[in-house]
Design a protein around this ligand. Structure first.
Ligand SMILES: Cc1cc2nc3c(=O)[nH]c(=O)nc-3n(C[C@H](O)[C@H](O)[C@H](O)COP(=O)(O)OP(=O)(O)OC[C@H]3O[C@@H](n4cnc5c(N)ncnc54)[C@H](O)[C@@H]3O)c2cc1C
Length: 383
């Protein structure tokens, strides 16, 4: 594996930082307070190509390999202070746009991908249900085939971007008794009759990334809007979750890097008991641990990306997600401690990063589920 960057990749990384600093960091404290999603920022990241990283240029994407994409996202995360946007972007790109690119018909790709890549549309991925979270395949939302129409009924919950989404990837079952073998994926536009978005869900963090439940009541969908072949939903879901797990947290690597640098600067500057904080081993060892945590999470991300570009990513993608989510939470907790009372204030913005990072242990599969996947890969007899 070779993780040295060529000039083009380094230039892309620098541009991502500059772009994020210039265009992404206004009003975040207020937007977080109000739970406001910015369409203006969304369109800007679309113009920058971030919403179509690994999608073919034919449909408006950047056509990057996975490793370059991960590095670009890392740069974006270094410059951008809005971790809610990381979630909205990740859900849109990895769980909606990429599946259409990988499994869509030519007609579906032509109709939907340019709007998804440019930022004209916001995408949402709906699989979780009130009674089917980690065990997503036990879903109850049904899709009954009548002639050339599917009729959807049911409820999806915790759907990121739903309040502002223009386009949905929805999973439903055609026969509950058949389990994963009867799962199907559907592509729906917002104005589809029978699709209703419930009022926004309030949450602890990632508040600039809105979330809601979706209800389907005799929602008629033409067969041409099924993604992939009949009963292929489980295969689609499994494959795209590997991508999502691998990459959705890539911007947090940049954010953790920035937090590390801020902690070093502060610990070298702030004086108590006539010496800088850095002179206390209790403080410097926290910062060394922060560095080790970041380096190991970063290498797992690169390894996962490299594996996507070469062979089977299953193990590395769960390991990367686990290491980044758990690492980010500990990093922001330690950073608050190092900054003392200031770290606890809203203005220093670390408390928001902590709140935002906690969600990363839950979405795209909880930490417990990532450990189950890794245990299976290691050959442990988990069942
Ligand atoms: C910020 C955020 C964004 C989200 N975005 C989306 C989205 O866009 N689309 C979408 O469909 N869903 C989304 N979700 C939902 C998310 O995927 C689920 O919350 C997650 O899969 C867990 O399901 P659950 O909340 O029902 O918890 P449960 O599955 O009920 O789990 C509760 C607890 O039990 C543990 N647990 C469950 N089963 C096991 C087991 N077998 N072994 C060990 N521990 C276990 C879990 O790890 C967890 O700690 C989002 C969630 C959050 C927090």
């Amino acid at each position: 594996m070779d993780f040295s960057w060529n000039n083009e990749q380094q230039e892309m990384y620098r541009q991502a930082i500059q772009f994020a600093r210039a265009k992404m960091n206004s009003n975040i404290i207020e937007d977080d307070r109000l739970g406001h999603f910015s369409r203006e920022k969304w369109l800007a990241i679309g113009q920058m190509g971030l919403l179509g990283l690994t999608i073919s240029e034919d449909y408006g994407g950047l056509d990057l390999d996975a490793l370059s994409g991960a590095y670009l996202l890392e740069g974006f995360g270094y410059g951008c202070k809005d971790a809610g946007l990381f979630l909205s972007m990740g859900a849109h790109l990895w769980a909606v746009t990429l599946p259409v690119f990988m499994y869509g018909s030519d007609e579906q790709k032509r109709s939907f991908l340019p709007k998804l890549c440019s930022g004209e549309w916001v995408g949402a991925h709906a699989i979780s249900e009130p009674q089917a979270g980690s065990d997503a395949m036990s879903m109850e939302t049904s899709a009954r085939l009548e002639g050339d129409m599917y009729i959807l009924n049911g409820r999806k919950t915790f759907v990121t971007n739903a309040p502002v989404a223009d386009f949905f990837l929805v999973f439903a079952t055609t026969n509950r008794s058949m389990g994963f073998a009867a799962i199907n994926a559907f592509l729906l536009e917002r104005n589809t009759p029978g699709l209703q978005i419930e009022s926004k869900t309030e949450k602890m963090g990632t508040r600039t990334s809105p979330m809601a439940d979706i209800i389907f009541q005799d929602c008629h969908i033409p067969i041409s809007q099924r993604l992939g072949k009949a009963n292929m939903g489980f295969r689609i879901f499994s494959r795209i979750m590997q991508w999502e797990r691998g990459f959705i947290l890539a911007p947090f690597i940049g954010r953790m890097q920035r937090q590390l640098e801020d902690c070093i600067e502060y610990a070298n500057r702030r004086t108590q008991f006539k010496q800088v904080l850095a002179a206390n081993q209790a403080i410097s060892s926290k910062i060394v641990d922060m560095h080790l945590r970041l380096e190991s999470a970063r290498l797992l991300l690169y390894k996962a990306a490299w594996a996507f570009d070469h062979d089977d990513p299953a193990l590395s993608s769960s390991s990367a997600k686990l290491a980044i989510s758990e690492g980010a939470i500990q990093t922001f907790l330690d950073a608050i401690q190092i900054f003392g009372g200031y770290g606890y204030t809203t203005d220093y913005e670390i408390e928001r990063f902590l709140r935002d990072a906690i969600g990363a242990k839950i979405y795209s599969g909880t930490s417990e589920m990532q450990k189950m996947l890794i245990a299976n890969e290691l050959g442990l007899r988990t069942r």
